[in-house]
Ligand binder design. Structure first.
Ligand SMILES: CC/C=C\C/C=C\C/C=C\C/C=C\C/C=C\C/C=C\CCC(=O)SCCNC(=O)CCNC(=O)[C@H](O)C(C)(C)COP(=O)(O)OP(=O)(O)OC[C@H]1O[C@@H](n2cnc3c(N)ncnc32)[C@H](O)[C@@H]1OP(=O)(O)O
Ligand SMILES: CCCCCCCCCCCCCCCC(=O)OC[C@@H](O)COP(=O)(O)O
Length: 384
């Protein structure tokens, strides 16, 4: 192990990264709150400010991936589509198999200049995660309860609001609805069988309603669907804790640009189109497993320095007062103050650990584990 690698694996270094993330994140959340009155006067300006503030938070995680762990992200795509990435609104459809797939997505957002404005159809539980969830509220992220009866109106309304968004954005949709586990896969393939659909090997059966409602409500706003398939070399199973430990991974992303006009408007046809897309995605994963690469040329954008510069800025701003505080604390000699400070540090690190836990598959939700059994028992409902 090299000296640098040894340094990266030190708990103290990770503590510093987490402290900067936590302290700057809370400051940014506070600044976002301060933009609230501006929404009433100049909504577009408030949105633009929030895009930049959000960048301060999400780019720190991108910096951890790109600069701290040195993870390589390679893009396979058609060079003709490449020039459009970042210059139009798009709906991104991504497979949901890895703990850091969202972070790899963010890395590409950063490289194409849409990180601050990028959006996702996220489960409601994530809205309560401090810093990230609170940041998302001001970014007009679309949340769902994964209960169609409730989501059908709320999701559509939130999507409608994005029609006059002042910056280009990518809207991420994990159509599988939950992360891949062998059990969820087995259950979803039972559903596929009951619907007469071909089985998938590398994906869960996609949920089609969210996709349909997104495409319908973003017609005229988004120009295309970016069908994105992610995998990691050498069967790597990347984790956020691995990234913080400075472990380097190798991500490969295959992206196909599909103009939105090609997607059927009718709900049933749109659902069939999505099922076919996932069958194709499955074949790309099979190709990757067999050959170690995706089809098509590699056109990888280089990492940009901005995420690192942002991190250095917040570190300088926040580490100096921390050092002063520590010196004062130790020189005060008060046991009570030292004990209280240690307790605050412990609570903060437990909080960050809990946040990291949100990305861990083995702490994931039960969604897709059992409800299919109920739905298979129920007589089939009209879908809309
Ligand atoms: C150039 C570079 C390009 C790209 C770069 C890549 C990416 C970058 C882009 C942007 C980045 C932006 C942000 C990223 C940051 C962080 C993201 C972090 C994470 C958040 C993600 C999540 O939270 S995922 C979870 C939430 N999202 C979803 O669930 C979306 C998908 N779900 C749906 O669409 C659902 O339909 C729904 C949520 C709208 C409603 O769910 P509900 O369960 O109520 O209804 P369903 O219709 O799905 O269920 C009933 C029907 O489903 C059948 N069924 C039952 N069991 C199963 C089963 N196990 N599997 C499949 N299907 C099942 C059932 O039979 C019913 O069928 P019907 O035929 O009757 O409809
Ligand atoms: C600089 C780095 C400092 C690190 C601090 C920790 C930050 C934690 C950020 C938490 C971000 C949360 C995003 C989670 C995304 C995710 O992957 O959600 C899972 C859902 O799709 C599906 O959930 P499930 O049904 O449970 O599979």
């Amino acid at each position: 192990m090299g000296l640098l690698q040894l340094l990266k694996s030190q708990f103290l270094c990770q503590l510093i990264i987490c402290y900067v993330f936590l302290a700057s994140g809370l400051i940014v959340n506070l600044l976002q709150l301060c933009t609230s009155p501006l929404w009433l006067i100049n909504k577009q300006l408030a949105r633009r400010l929030n895009v930049r503030l959000a960048y301060c938070i999400s780019s720190q995680m991108v910096a951890a991936l790109e600069w701290w762990s040195g993870t390589e992200c390679t893009l396979y795509t058609d060079p003709k589509s490449y020039s459009l990435y970042g210059n139009e609104n798009a709906i991104v459809v991504l497979n949901h198999m890895f703990e850091i797939d969202f972070l790899c997505g963010w890395t590409f957002c950063e490289r194409f200049g849409v990180l601050g404005s990028s959006k996702v159809l996220a489960k409601k539980e994530l809205a309560y995660v401090p810093i990230i969830g609170w940041m998302w509220y001001f970014l007009e992220i679309v949340f769902c309860k994964r209960k169609w009866e409730e989501d059908r109106t709320t999701v559509a309304q939130s999507l409608q609001r994005l029609q006059d968004y002042p910056e280009n954005f990518w809207f991420l949709l994990y159509c599988e609805g939950t992360r891949f586990t062998p059990k969820k896969h087995q259950i979803s393939m039972q559903v596929a069988e009951s619907k007469g659909l071909p089985k998938l090997k590398y994906h869960l059966l996609p949920r089609t309603k969210g996709f349909w409602v997104t495409v319908q409500n973003l017609r005229g706003t988004a120009a295309a669907v970016y069908d994105s398939t992610l995998n990691f070399r050498n069967n790597e199973a990347p984790t956020l804790l691995g990234i913080l430990n400075g472990k380097k991974y190798h991500a490969d992303l295959y992206v196909r640009r599909i103009p939105l006009e090609l997607i059927p408007e009718d709900e049933a046809e749109c659902a069939a189109w999505l099922h076919k897309l996932y069958q194709e995605k499955d074949s790309f994963q099979e190709h990757y497993t067999e050959t170690g690469r995706f089809p098509g040329p590699i056109v990888s954008p280089a990492r940009r320095p901005w995420s690192l510069i942002n991190w250095l800025f917040w570190s300088c701003l926040l580490l100096y007062p921390l050092a002063l505080l520590l010196i004062q604390l130790i020189s005060s000699g008060s046991v009570l103050t030292i004990v209280v400070s240690a307790a605050i540090c412990y609570a903060a690190s437990a909080g960050v650990r809990w946040m990291i836990g949100q990305t861990e598959i083995n702490r994931g939700s039960n969604y897709g584990n059992k409800e299919q059994i109920d739905s298979l028992r129920k007589p089939s409902k009209a879908s809309t």
